[in-house]
Design a protein around this ligand. Sequence first.
Ligand code: FDA
Length: 308
Amino acid sequence: MWRSAFLYLSTNAPVQHLATKSRVARKISSRFIAGDTLPEAVAATKALNSKGLTVELDFLGESVTDREQAEAARDTYLAMLDGISAGQADSQVSLKPSQMGQALSDELCYDNIEQVVLKAEGLGNFVWVDIEESPTIDRTIALFKKLRARHSNVGIALQSYLHRTRKDAQEVISMGGTIRLVKGAYQEPPEVAFPDKKDVDRNFKLLTEMMLSSGPFQAIGTHDEKMIQNAIDYAQAHNISKERFEFQMLYGVRRDLQERLASDGYNLRLYVPYGDRWYRYFMRRLAERPANVIFILGSVVREAMPIR
Ligand code: FDA
């Protein structure tokens, strides 16, 4: 119920308007967001790199409904790739089809993303395609397959909460594709997604094992220690070396676990978002963990009643 309420609010325009004007909300969201600008994001990346963590940068923004915004987002990603290279930061990039104009046309979206992938190819970099709400997935998978048939420097996120994901994962793997497995962050009906967390987790384990047994490099995106331990145990039992996969986590979430895995010699990549369109991303982070809201309420009260 808590999760549904926050996911509902994440798409509510009046609440978004209020929250994005709130100084306190912005300050608190900075736990999960690396700054407003590319130089801030590159600086955050380099700080993480110095701790042995790699990064995938995300420019916040989604559900774009006009062509200019989609092209501006594409240009931001092109500049981001230059900024990563110029700053000698160890970072890939991650983007959302809905930010690249998917709601306007598949061709526009494909062209925008392919330009980013081509630029990354020239720089020896890699592009992740995020996965969004279930009605967009057929088109996102088709887009990914077309991209992957032409470029090897692109991977796709898939969600273990969807019934369909096993089939999608098999298809991506059979193309030699790289997957970032996540549980899924949106509100979905039971016809398409497992309503019960234990089924989401069971599917996550099954998909992890399928991915680790496949040839291509794979990514396990979770903060759930049980899922992580399952991947580690499976890899050890099947002699799958640490170089064949990486764990991925979100900036600001379970920093203790991030550092522990990195110091145990596992590849650890952080998804680092930046930009001023942080509201929806931030609300999804609140939906994932009620304790975040208690932390926020505490900060609001502290700000309202400063201790002298
Ligand atoms: P789960 O939600 O079961 O949480 C396990 C534990 O992790 C919690 O008990 C808590 O300790 C900690 N935790 C989780 N979330 C937290 C938070 N917000 N704050 C503090 N602690 C938290 N989704 C999607 O639909 N499309 C996508 O493209 C992506 N991309 C993506 C990239 C990367 C690198 C990650 C890690 C995640 C995504 N996600 C995503 C989000 C994903 O679907 C999922 O919502 C979150 O990762 C939370 O799920 P967990 O696997 O961490 O497990």
